[in-house]
Design a protein around this ligand. Sequence first.
Ligand code: GLC
Length: 478
Amino acid sequence: MKSKILVFIFLLSLRGLIDVQGQHQTVRDSKMEWWREARFGMFIHWGPYSIWGGVYHGHQQRRGGAEWIMNRCKIPVAEYQQAAAMFNPVKYNAESFVLLAKEAGMKYIIITSKHHDGFAMFKSAASKFNIVDFTPYKKDVLDELAKACRKHGMKLGFYYSQAQDWNNPGGSVARKEMSEGWANPDSVKIDAYTAANNGYWDPAQQTRSMEDYIDQVAVPQVRELLTNYGDVAVIWWDTPTRMTDEFAEKLNAELAKYPQVITNDRLKRPNYPGDYKTPEQRIPDPSELGNFDWETCMTMGSSWGYKSWDTNWKTTELLIRNLINIVSKGGNYLLNVGPTAEGEIPQQSIDGLKAIGRWMKINGEAIYGTQRSPVDKPAWGYITRKDGNTATTLYLSVCEWPADGKLVVEGLTDANSALLLAENKKLNTTKTAKGLEIQLPGQMPDPIAKVIKLELKGKLAPLETNAGQSKGFNIVDE
Ligand code: GLC
């Protein structure tokens, strides 16, 4: 009898646990819904580092993004702050940033509210090293952007360097060798100092403990960001250098007041995974991401912050195919711009984003609110998926046009209809042993990616995990 009661209690608690997990998943799914629908966002790296544009006293910074110039080139605190005190982005027009993102087809913006240099692009009572109190500009860049985002229905999130801070004493520093900046005659001395001092290169950085920096700067600033700018969609942490669980808990306590705010996986690894993973400058294989939402962040050129001598701009073809590739694997694409010190987005970025926008205007349906492909990548392009109430729709983004005009979707037995999305033009299909064959027009109408909308005869099996083994085209509900 006693054992029956114990089994009963065990089953009861198991049931309870499953319920809790289910509820947790539902809450999480509703929180992530807009984000999973959005798929495409703008990253903005902007701050006084754009004054240098990757050049220090005529020396081109050797390694890393231009936003790291203070660390890579070991710029003394006094010199960096002297320059920052002249930061005056008079050409900044927040609405033009938002309208450009909208034109590109982006649904959210993440801006560096404070990068590793410690300069706050917002009014802060926690540190005078901010755009309102420290510069002739005297206006709150984030406030202007938040207003423009609200006006145009754009979600806004803040990148915040919670650990690294090279100007507010006590903030941590990721140590970099002097040789990664420029051929400084004092390299040996400087490298010896940074090696012996937790990466710091200036005693002015060491006049406070990291704990005090967290309590007196990071926590109050995160609170300011969450309270002073209306709805915040995302907090994007970065480089948890010397972060502790204790520090992470203090920051997390601020977030806990705003359960709808989405966070990434860079607060403190491994035990603060946040809501999504952030592979950087690469498109991961889904198998490495497990059951997590993920977002690839990427530069359009070779630097996050403005780099005056950048020539390594990605082609429109690569940018659009990256977007499709990422979404076909179930991810989001966060594409970066680095405004100049005057407050303008470089023309190469504007041109690239407008070109993506022209493609998205026609083909956005194949991106927004879609899920990853039910099968591995076909040779001719990418597949995204959208489950309707009664049937699944597949979007075939064709990058390699078959010479014979016959596109085969291997493993697919049948479909209700096949359409050229842009022209809404019906295409004939034939069942073959290899799969469904779609007859395409002779010429490839879009050299970058041509979308075919394929309505299936029923619903495919639900996607269990973001990674998981491909399930094929199993219609489960006809
Ligand atoms: C890297 C860069 C950092 C940038 C981040 C964006 O960590 O070092 O400067 O902000 O990527 O993902």
